[in-house]
Design a protein around this ligand. Structure first.
Ligand SMILES: [Zn+2]
Ligand SMILES: [Zn+2]
Length: 61
């Protein structure tokens, strides 16, 4: 399931695109990173922290 997380370490998690809302986070107000993991570790998001949009949406008919 697609979700969005903050890679700044604050634990921000969202099911829709957005930005980090934790003022104490180093990525405050920066876009959340898209992730598709199912184990809750968000490894792919941390490996590619600049992926802020759904790259797989390219198959629109
Ligand atoms: Zn954050
Ligand atoms: Zn994840």
């Amino acid at each position: 399931m697609t979700h969005y997380i903050c890679t700044g370490g604050c634990g921000e998690y969202s099911e829709i695109p957005g930005t980090c809302n934790n003022q104490s986070c180093i990525k405050y107000h920066q876009p959340l990173t898209v992730c598709h993991c199912g184990d809750g570790h968000h490894e792919q998001a941390y490996e590619h922290p600049n992926t802020t949009i759904e790259a797989e949406d390219a198959e629109v008919i």
